[in-house]
Design a protein around this ligand. Sequence first.
Ligand code: S3P
Length: 167
Amino acid sequence: MKKKNIILCGFMGCGKSTVGALLAKKTGMSFIDMDSYIEKKEQKTISSIFEEHGEEYFRALEREAAKELAEKNGLVIAAGGGTLVYQANVDTLKASGKIVLLDISVETVAKRLENDTTRPLLNRPDKEEAMRELYNRRLPLYRAAADIVVDADNSPMQVCMDIMKDI
Ligand code: S3P
């Protein structure tokens, strides 16, 4: 079967949603943000899901969403920052298309997420330290999952163009 979706992966704040929307427009594909997809299905924000049910429950919803979206065609999918850390999701999504890593430096992430309160995993007093630890732990997993890697410290339009050159 021909691979048909483009899956954007990378750390929180790397621009998956912004670049994904741009890329969909340029390629004529449809854009789906996995977190928004889950929020719509559950009628709850990601923060409330974490707060009310915990991370494990969210990961089960994420796994389910990955399976559902992998069944579809012609999508640019912005995965969540944790989605491609799990091999089951890598297998599911890789079978449905190309995985693109938006590779961002930890310094840019720190700047972009400095005042953000929407990421439950980073809502803690030692936010920057936790972020760096998570980033270092995840980067090798993102790299292993990716078919294509682009530099996401550049502008969203540049990142979008770089992806289009490679796909
Ligand atoms: C998460 C990233 C978030 C969201 C949830 C968990 C993660 O998505 O899925 O808060 O584990 O890195 P974004 O990368 O879109 O912020």
